[in-house]
Design a binder for this molecule. Structure first.
Ligand code: SF4
Length: 331
């Protein structure tokens, strides 16, 4: 799995023949609800993290996976009704993996009317040459891709680089970092790139993977598999994904609760001395109604909700949610 911008999915190598479209009123109703939910989740993420501002040129990175198709599709819908003007340019990096169907994305993008750029760079040969057979190629492959995308963003005058990671990618990354990296660190919805020169956004941060899969099916996106390179699967990520699915099956709502927790961090109740000045703590003599019970056992504040964020100079996307309320997967 590509840690930077390709999608997590197990798409089949062959795109199956499309099933006859179910045009029943029930399906139409469900798809309408799904579209509204995806728009609401993306609009809310854009507002909460001030992802897109007037005049931005957003470079939407298209891998050909379901998530990047969904990201572009929903972003185009929001752009049509956004109260501000911003531009979108879709970009695909053709890494020259054997069998990559290079006509698929240009053909699809031409139907959307969105300006697009296909960058042809044979990183596949470089990676094959440098990495011993049987070893995972993803790390070098991602590094090369990242550098190319930053350069392309400069060439195109893009002010934001949009990646198609969703809520479930973010939670998986959080657990991977905890289990294997000894860090409480996730995948941020917005960050400054490691070269310090670009702002990377993840407009699908609140979107649920199953919603994106359903949307891709409904919209019949021409999915390109992420397995063409023949790299070994990221076993650890797959295991974490399976663990999260299992938890959710046994304890419905747990995934959403964990995702809310990522938005509701209490550094004073963790142990990172860089995040909280434990050494300088002094009694204040002033009671804090929200403070720790100190001697009483505390099973946690189960009525969780992230604190209200500071007021944002954000794109007023047409969504409604009370400030500070958790973003719910279901509507
Ligand atoms: S090596 Fe293959 S699976 Fe890994 S990041 Fe590159 S394209 Fe994706």
């Amino acid at each position: 799995m590509n840690p930077l911008w390709m999608d997590n999915e197990d798409a089949p190598l062959e795109t199956p023949a499309p099933l006859p479209r179910d045009t029943s009123p029930r399906v139409a109703y469900e798809m309408n609800k799904l579209e509204k939910r995806l728009c609401r989740h993306m609009g809310q993420a854009i507002i909460d993290f001030n992802m897109i501002e007037a005049g931005d040129k957003v470079m939407v990175c298209m891998s050909g996976g379901k998530d990047s198709y969904g990201m572009l599709d929903i972003l185009l819908k929001l752009k049509a009704r956004a109260p501000i003007h911003f531009d979108i340019v879709a970009v695909n990096l053709d890494q020259k993996q054997p069998g990559f169907p290079e006509h698929v994305l240009p053909e699809y993008l031409a139907t959307t009317g969105v300006p697009f750029h296909i960058e042809n760079q044979d990183t596949y040969s470089i990676v094959k040459e440098k990495i011993a057979p049987g070893k995972t190629m993803c790390s070098l492959c991602s590094r090369l891709r990242r550098g190319i995308l930053y350069r392309v963003a400069d060439d195109l005058g893009a002010t934001k680089i949009a990646l198609g990671h969703h809520r479930d990618d973010m939670l998986q990354t959080f657990f991977l970092n905890m289990f294997y990296g000894g860090k409480l660190k996730g995948m941020p919805p917005k960050l400054v790139s490691d070269d310090g020169r670009h702002v990377v956004i993840r407009p699908l941060a609140y979107a649920v993977e199953t919603d994106l899969a359903r949307w891709a099916e409904h919209r019949r996106f021409p999915i390109i598999p992420c397995t063409l390179c023949g790299s070994q699967e990221n076993l650890q990520r797959k295991q974490v994904a399976a663990m999260l699915r299992e938890w959710e099956k046994k304890h419905p709502g747990r995934v959403e609760s964990m995702f809310t927790a990522l938005q509701n961090v209490v550094p004073s109740h963790l142990m990172d001395r860089r995040q909280h000045g434990f050494a300088d703590l002094k009694a204040t003599g002033v009671a804090n109604p929200d403070g720790d019970k100190a001697f009483d056992p505390d099973d946690g504040d189960l009525a969780f909700a992230p604190p209200a964020p500071p007021a944002q100079q954000a794109v007023a996307m047409p969504v409604s949610r009370k400030p500070g309320a958790p973003v719910h997967a279901a509507s």
